[in-house]
Design a binder for this molecule. Sequence first.
Ligand SMILES: [Zn+2]
Length: 258
Amino acid sequence: MGIKKSFSINRMKLNNTDSTIILSSPEFEDVDYNELKKFIKNLGFKIEREEDLLMRIDPDCFAEKMARIRILNPDKKEINETPFPVEIDYEKKNLKSKPRKKGIIYSGNHFINILKENYKEYLDIRKKWVIYLSDQLFATFEGRWHIRVIILGIPVVISVPGIVYGPARSREYYVSTQMGIPETDEDYIKEKDSRKTEVLKGYLLQAIYFYKCLLEGKKFRFCEDKTCALYNSHWQREIFSAQLKHDFCEKHLKEIRI
Ligand SMILES: [Zn+2]
């Protein structure tokens, strides 16, 4: 069943625009860009891989903006409006580091706004659908801050470490850790994990579907079907059934075929 559905995704006409998908990102040891490019090409899109777009940004201006969008408290909505010089300095250094450190959590929607301010013309969705794969952690506020894998905006931001730290592990895992039992045999996406490329394909489908909705004036909605790539996974086990398999459910397959 899985193979048959993948085959139909490969042959569907997801692309009815002239837009080119731009995949911009730093390098990750465990992300295979050639594989991701092939995947997007098979969907019928033109795809270009570009260098990390942050490398074209003014470091001084960017550092201050990044320091301002740090999340200070998981339960409080406010961000770091008045950063210390040492925080701005950290951002300036980290921008140039390879690999970058990732101990800080930023507001995802504010990050998209920073990119928008800096790349206004570049982000014209009639020409380019930019997907930025980030090496940083982002959260959005819904009662409290939640780490996210994907932030849907222009551009779409996908946090690669977010795959590890966003969707939670099972309740049993947290209970047994609290009780001092170090490991369960539960599977989850690790810091270095060869499955990340496959999981990213599922999130790329979300990004592409989001842009398609935007262009057609439709509201993007996540899918209720736990085996659909458009399902909003909150648990590691859900990533395995939704994004890792990167298939659409029957309803979305029908909607996407033209
Ligand atoms: Zn679906």
